[in-house]
Design a protein around this ligand. Sequence first.
Ligand SMILES: C[S@@+](CC[C@H](N)C(=O)[O-])C[C@H]1O[C@@H](n2cnc3c(N)ncnc32)[C@H](O)[C@@H]1O
Length: 487
Amino acid sequence: MDTLLSWFESQGGSLDSFSIKLADIEGHGRGAVAKRDIPEGHVLFSIPRGLTLSTRNSALPGLIGQALWDKHGLGKGWVGLILCMMWEEAQGTSSKWSGYLNILPNVFDTPMFWAEEDLQELKATAVFDKIGKEDAERDYRDRLLPCLQTRPDLFPQDQISTYYSLERYHINGSRILSRSFHVENAADEEEEDNVGDTNENGMDVDEAPQLIDPNAPTTTGSEYPEAEDSEASEDEDEEDVGDVAMVPLADMLNARYGSENAKLFYEKHDLRMVTTKPIKAGEQIWNTYGDPPNSDLLRRYGHVDIIPLPEGGEGNPADIVEVRADLVVECLSGIQSGETSERIDWWLDQGGDDVFVLDKELELPEDCISFIRLLQLPQNEWEKARKKNKLPKGKLDPTIASIGLKVLDQRLNQYPTTIEEDEGLLSPERIGGLSLNRKHAVIVRLGEKRILKGTLDKLRSMAPQGGGKRKANDTSGRGVSGKKSRR
Ligand SMILES: C[S@@+](CC[C@H](N)C(=O)[O-])C[C@H]1O[C@@H](n2cnc3c(N)ncnc32)[C@H](O)[C@@H]1O
């Protein structure tokens, strides 16, 4: 880590080495630790904007030229940045970022790298369908490889297997996924808001979103956002890929639910990691990754959060469970009229989602209730609703509660194991026998199942007696087309 710090300082970065040090932290990889009591509002280190590694700062896009860059779709998704990172690495010590690239991880605990057997442990969780390995590999084949072949002067044949392999593509994609930040051009920011906020020191700052926002339009939710077709490039909301940046040193901070005590702030010429709370000597310095649920933590970062929960036990308070609208349709199919698919299309056109999200509130989500109601409306009311462009209200009543029971009961049945089996696997006597991947998978699925169970228990008290009894799976219903997905 000394080599990283000497490289960092030689490139104009500055670190308060009196206050913090980098260290190996058990179970967390490397991280930063306070060497002394540090007050709130203290600048721990600052990174010149030019030292962030992005398609904006790497020389490669200029060498390739705009025409070829566009032709191969390198300005969409992360393919361009992955290629820049590969190329910078291939330049060895002549790359400005060599001291940084040398310390980036080559091994990840994320499901992207899991064997099939381990992946099966994630079945029915929010991770299972979102890994996006095939899409990433298609981008590699269809966009990156053709570019390499067109410019052998930049990508010599004898370097391909070392620096530009599919394996290196996944490694660099995963480095971006787990370590990149959203860093806007200083000029764009100034235009947007002229002045930043003022922190406790009276310093003029803008808070930088911490690591890449999982909900930002560029991140489709698949492992690495794919390069999309040119139509999509006209989408105004789409994030500028040049804003996705690797930020040396800032990406050495770990995160844990509710523990943030430092954050990255934008300045005109540099980015500053500033404490947001007083930190005691010996304590870890935590950034925030946005406190995502364990399913997202595992998919993006390869770890899970386990902390004491207010309701007792341990887990991640931000856990959620996703229920596909398809399942709701299946559960209702017995009582549906012929217009189900018309109603579903209208629902999606109205901005309805095809996935409903349950969280620790343990409530049937309002949009799910509205969707159930829509599918159940008598013909004349459905016509009225459509005419008025008005979705049904998301208000729970005993009938909806009993349908909700059926849906959630079936959702719970999608997991291959029961809550009791998972609790057994995580018991002190057995947990030691689990591999890290399996342990993570059990923690993710148990967190989801507990939300389902809690919500089922709550709904049961509302449903008419006899509601929620298990019935045979009815798979005859129409599916929701999945035009819009949270994934
Ligand atoms: C931004 S990097 C932080 C630095 C990293 N620990 C390293 O050694 O380079 C994010 C990675 O750190 C690890 N990490 C961060 N927070 C963690 C936590 N609370 N528990 C376990 N691992 C964590 C995960 O491997 C994650 O992918």
